[in-house]
Each structure stands twice: as structure tokens, then as C-alpha cells.
Ligand binder design. Structure first.
Ligand code: FES
Ligand code: FES
Length: 162
């Protein structure tokens, strides 16, 4: 028997009441509640496909139990986007072909956005470190690095502000 726990959490700026078995991962819980932009990959902390931000910090949701986000703010790729004004990372990834199959993309953008708040003008080493937990099987990373640098430039110039 697994006890259900009620969880009060803010997801992408919206207050939500979730219910989850005590042993359910945040990954499974988010997807069960419709957040399909959070991808399931290795489910053991190796690929980063499941990355979300908890109170602004990128974490693997497959290694986090759902109840641990009680009272916190969770951000997924959906929370970075705005239909009227796409996040500069999203625009840059599209412009530079940094999305191929796209399976890694939500986790990579979540990790990159968290890095850019701390390091507005990242070097290649900064980006490599920030993405060290994110695997991409398609792009070879070059286009991803180019896109992140372009997004950083746009953000430094004040783009992407609402
Ligand atoms: S699915 Fe979480 S790190 Fe791979
Ligand atoms: S674009 Fe396919 S895994 Fe990264």
C-alpha cells in the first residue's frame, strides 16, 4: 500500500494541488498531471531529459520525490515560454538548428536558463559545465552552444523581458 500525499506547489506560476503516492518521482507526478514537456529518459539521473527548476535551480525530476516540492516553485520548459514573446533560448535554438529530435531540448533549456541567470556571459567551459548532466544524441552540441551564446547576448541587451 502506498499513501497518497497532497502537495501544494506552484508550477509555471500557477498554484496547483497535486496528489502523489509517497514514493512517486516528481517526473512521474508532473507527467501524470499533464506536464508532458518534462521528458522521461534514463530515469536514473544520467541524461537530464527530465530536468526542471525547483525554486530556480535545475534538478533531475527523476531523482526527486514529488512530495519534496511542497511549497516550492517548479518551472518546466512551458514556464520559460510565452506565446507572444518566446524566450530568447527558444528563438535561438530554432534559428540555429539546435533542436533535432528535440527529446533533450526541454532539459537543456532548463539547465541553460538557470546558468544564464548566474552567468550572463558564459564561456564554452561554463556552458559545458552547466550541461554536464544533459545528454544530446543528435546535435553534437555545437549548435546548442551557439544558440545559448546568442540567447545570452539577447538577454544581456535586455531582450526577453516582459
Ligand atoms: S530521465 Fe532523469 S536524468 Fe534521465
Ligand atoms: S536533439 Fe535529439 S537528443 Fe538532442
Amino acid at each position: 500500500m502506498s499513501l497518497e500525499k497532497a502537495i501544494t506547489v506552484e508550477i509555471n506560476g500557477v498554484a496547483r494541488e497535486l496528489s502523489a503516492p509517497a514514493n512517486e518521482t516528481l517526473l512521474d507526478c508532473l507527467r501524470r498531471h499533464g506536464q508532458f514537456e518534462v521528458k522521461s529518459g534514463c530515469e536514473k539521473g544520467d541524461c537530464g531529459a527530465c530536468a526542471v527548476q525547483i525554486d530556480g535551480e535545475a534538478v533531475d525530476s527523476c531523482l526527486t520525490l514529488a512530495w519534496m516540492v511542497e511549497g516550492k516553485k517548479v518551472t518546466t520548459l512551458e514556464g520559460l515560454n510565452d506565446a507572444d514573446s518566446p524566450h530568447p533560448l527558444i528563438a535561438a535554438f530554432l534559428e540555429h538548428g539546435a533542436v533535432q529530435c528535440g527529446y533533450c531540448t526541454p532539459g537543456i533549456m532548463i539547465a541553460a536558463e538557470a546558468m544564464l541567470r548566474d552567468i550572463p556571459d558564459p564561456t564554452d567551459d561554463d556552458i559545458a559545465l552547466a550541461l554536464s548532466g544533459n545528454l544530446c544524441r543528435c546535435t553534437g552540441y555545437t549548435k546548442i552552444f551557439t544558440a545559448i551564446k546568442q540567447a545570452a547576448e539577447v538577454l544581456r541587451a535586455g531582450g526577453g523581458d516582459d
